[in-house]
Design a protein around this ligand. Sequence first.
Ligand SMILES: [Zn+2]
Length: 287
Amino acid sequence: MKCPICQSTKLKLIWNDKIRSGKNSWTSKKHKISHCQKCDTIFLNRRNADLLDNKVFRKKYDGSNSILRYKSFNKPREKNKLDRIRKYVNFTNKLILESNCGAGTNLDYLKSKAKLTAGLDSEIYKNHVKKKHLFFSSLKELKNSKVKFDIILSLAEIEHQYDVYGFVKSLKDKLQKNGLLIFRIPNYNNIYMHVLGKKYLKYDFRTSHNFYFSEKSSDFLFKRLKLKVFKKFGLQEYSINHLIEYIKIGKRVSKFKKIINKKISNEIMINIEKSLVATSFIYIVRK
Ligand SMILES: [Zn+2]
């Protein structure tokens, strides 16, 4: 077997056990997960090709694929990501595409500033999104269009891709020269993993993620695709109280107490982000 990103055969088996298959369920069979010793990418040995259809995916993993469900689940999370990105990227008068746009929460938010907003996702969102934006229901449809974009957002999907390299490359092809590609990438080497080890991985390794990235493997991927890293930063998506509760009970947290006040918790979260052990990264790369 070879690493799907760098083709190296220097692989280390880091998991051979059940993995999470839904909100609170695990596979009955064991799954192997490998860690490439050259580029640092971690991947399911048997990658799942069914993750790319959001009609199926969101129903299975979010509980529903409805527009209402998308908005209630994603709106606050997405707004926070976008506000952070806006510190470095000017969306005014730009041609913007969001891949995996869902019900178009981010596009709605960006529309008044942008020159053009377009979304790519399953056809189930088509009628809703195309009321306000251009819409592509497949990567193939996007490839066939003549539009090229100044900014392409991909904030919750890179880890689900079957062929990450090919996916990023096809987005790069739809970018204007000097255009920006913006990814949110879950960080494997996050504080939970460092502190909790297997108690964290038991919940983190799941059938819905084909890949797990680190700063090193993300840098490697973009370098290989000749994309220049313009800005990268950590994005800590849970409060420090969530981590404290996780440490206390040793499993995934649903409810947690506010032991540490908001001001101190925010200070700690900033430190976590600065030291790049946050739960995710935002990568802004330039063509
Ligand atoms: Zn590799």
